[in-house]
Design a protein around this ligand. Structure first.
Ligand code: ATP
Length: 648
């Protein structure tokens, strides 16, 4: 049902938490001033807390010993003031960073969203949507929490511990040594905990992503689940994954509890030992009572900074894991730049067809696609290199089994400018894949595709998508109004009212005027539910609204009844006259739209001609058009062996 989760290997690889967290620097940079200020304020606030034991020492050795009530009041007032200042400064620290850190989270989320939009279809084929969702939400929240607390408090508490140690040493070096006894075992334990917790944190975050995927699929596929009575098995699957996540979370809690138990017990024992030795020293007259009180209150004041190190380390570990998970999609190569070829694409062949070095880029400098709608022939579209040309185009899905042959092996096809070519082939022969290569939703593994002589591998993506419009068999509508859904196909120039109405008419979308709010009616996931045929027609309207120079239609009329199909075809013929089109066809009625037909079989175009010509000359075409439908799989041609090899 779902795309596979990404390779979990990163969890198994040893990684440096520090290196992972350092990658956040570009986002943290703009707020570094505030973070630094908040750290300084945190240190000052903690220092206030450390001053309290010194006031106590003065109180015990001075006013209390001298039975001086005014001195006691003064000392009490001072302690109160220091406490208030500490609380106020911590509040100020929090206020300083709250808003900037929300900005950091928003910026990171926006970057991730932008990246996901630009990553190729092959990436989205591989990644489960829940995994991406959890990275954009939970992981980013963990990172914001890290910047707000562990990052600052590891520094603040570390500094407080050092300052406190200085005060302790000044009071009594011997007692300080006793207190420091557990430091070495604590450090060893912490480093062991760090590596174990990192693995558990990664596992938990991946499992949360898988759970999100399952929930999303269950919601989207609720009709199938209900229709096939699968709610029980779906619930079981959910409970299974939820149990796994719970187990991992409990494992994390156990690790943390073990660390906490040791972190709490060892210092407690050390303070107890210091107390006993201190009392003995006081009774021997080697230490004043006030000094012992100050020493012990400083040690107690350091309890929180020391205790907190455990969970601050745990939070930092989770943040390092979250950073790794965030940067995995960000680091995935192959994203389409806003203009130009994919970032890591190596164009297979770049020489323009006619040998003119400039010809390959010509369409990018021509008037916008809309000018084709005037009916005038494109300036360079009519020559030998005009129209849509595929030369030796090969393609293999990156995740296809290693020993399987490519799906497409040297497709040669020329659709003349203004011509409509139907693409026919057995199911699974690669028709959809071939059409997806034209707007570069997938990149050919060999050969090249040119549009009016321009190599699609060299055209800026934005320009390419302006030139080519597509309508798929399974239409996707967005949560927006009818008008917005249709106008989306118009490119950067947008579509005016007349364009939208014309496109709706071509696609026979008269039904939209009867919708509750006409063109403003919300459709898509959160809007009104439309029938499959209605959605298909809206998707077709979206494809034709921009009067594209090249039109790719992947069996766009499959959900229509014969009467509506005939009406759409009649109107579509007008549009197809102005454009160069490739139409995937399964039925003779769709083939009728085309000037010529190409037969895809065994990864190649094996025959091209008019419908009657192919009916006469190709047994496989006759078989496909005979209405036997899926039985075509068993028919002649190389498709069946190809499918078998794909399945291997
Ligand atoms: N993302 C993918 N990764 C790996 N293999 C894929 C992927 N998408 C499709 N395929 C495989 O490629 C082959 C061709 O698929 P494609 O959808 O292009 O065929 P088609 O001719 O359009 O089929 P149909 O007529 O049934 O729509 C199939 O065997 C399919 O399993």
């Amino acid at each position: 049902m779902s795309a596979a989760a990404p390779d979990p290997a990163p969890a198994a690889r040893p990684r440096s938490s520090l290196r992972s967290l350092l990658r956040l620097w570009p986002y943290v940079r703009p707020v570094r001033g505030r973070l630094a200020a908040s750290a300084v304020i945190g240190v000052v606030a903690s220092s206030m807390g450390l001053l309290i034991p010194l006031v106590l020492k003065w109180l015990v050795d001075g006013p209390v010993g001298d039975r001086d009530p005014s001195g006691v009041w003064l000392g009490g007032g001072l302690v109160l003031l220091l406490g208030l200042a500490e609380a106020g400064l911590f509040g100020l620290r929090r206020w300083l960073v709250a808003r900037p850190l929300a900005g950091v989270e928003a910026a990171m989320r926006a970057d991730l969203y932008r990246r996901l939009q630009r990553l190729p279809v092959s990436f989205h084929d591989r990644w489960a949507s829940g995994q991406l969702l959890s990275r954009a939400t939970t992981d980013l929240m963990i990172l914001r929490m890290f910047l707000a607390f562990p990052l600052v408090f590891l520094f603040v508490n570390g500094t407080t511990i050092l300052l406190g140690l200085g005060i302790l040493l000044a009071q009594s070096p011997l007692l300080t040594l006793v207190l420091l006894g557990p430091a070495v075992p604590l450090m060893i334990l912490s480093s062991r905990f760090e590596s174990q917790y990192a693995l558990a944190a990664r596992r938990a975050q991946d499992q949360a992503g898988d759970l999100a995927t399952l929930v999303e699929e269950s919601v989207l596929g609720i009709r199938i689940i209900k229709a096939f009575g699968r709610h029980r098995s779906q619930s079981q699957a959910f409970h299974g994954r939820a149990r796994e996540l719970r187990r991992t979370e409990l494992h994390k809690a156990r690790l943390l509890a073990d660390l906490w138990a040791v972190i709490m017990t060892l210092p407690e024992v050390a303070i107890g030992a210091a107390l006993v030795i201190g009392v003995l020293q006081v009774s021997d007259g080697k230490l004043s009572a006030g000094t012992l009180v100050a020493f012990l209150s400083t040690a107690l004041a350091l309890r929180w900074p020391v205790d907190s190190i455990g969970f601050l380390l745990a939070m930092s570990n989770e943040a390092a894991t979250a950073a790794d998970r965030y940067f995995e999609p960000m680091d995935t190569p192959g994203a389409e730049p806003s203009g130009g070829a994919p970032e890591d694409a190596v164009p297979p062949a770049t020489a323009p067809l006619d040998g003119d070095p400039g010809a390959g880029l010509r369409p990018a400098t021509r008037p916008p696609a809309n000018t084709a709608a005037t009916g005038s022939a494109p300036a360079d579209g009519a020559g030998a290199g005009g129209g849509l040309r595929m030369e030796g185009v090969g393609f293999r899905y990156p995740d296809a089994p290693g020993d399987s042959p490519p799906l497409l092996t040297g497709v040669d096809l020329h659709i003349r400018a203004g011509e409509t070519m139907a693409l026919v082939g057995a199911t699974g022969s690669g028709k959809t894949t071939l059409t997806a290569l034209v707007p570069r939703l997938h990149v050919p593994t060999s050969g090249r595709i040119t549009l009016d002589g321009a190599d699609t591998a060299l055209l800026p993506v934005a320009r390419l998508r302006e030139l080519v419009a597509v309508a798929f068999e399974e239409p996707t509508l967005f949560s927006a109004s009818v008008r917005e859904n249709v106008a989306m196909g118009a490119g950067p120039g947008g579509a005016d009212e007349a364009d939208v109405l014309r496109a709706l008419e071509v696609a026979q979308c008269g039904f939209v005027h009867a919708l509750p709010e006409g063109l403003e009616t919300q459709v898509g996931e959160q809007g009104l539910s439309l029938s499959g045929g209605q959605r298909q027609r809206l998707a077709l309207a979206r494809a034709v609204v921009g009067r594209p120079r090249f039109l790719i239609l992947d069996d766009p009329l499959s959900a229509l009844d014969v009467h509506t199909e005939a009406l759409v075809e009649a109107a579509l013929r007008e549009v197809l006259r102005e454009t160069t089109a490739l139409v995937v066809a399964h039925r003779p009625s769709t083939v009728q739209l085309a000037d010529r037909v190409a037969l895809l079989s065994g990864g190649r175009i094996t025959a091209v001609g008019t419908h009657p010509e192919l009916l006469r000359s190709s047994a496989e075409y006759r078989h496909l058009m005979s209405g036997l439908g899926p039985g075509a799989d068993d028919g002649p041609g190389a498709t069946a062996p190809l499918e078998r090899s794909q399945a291997r």
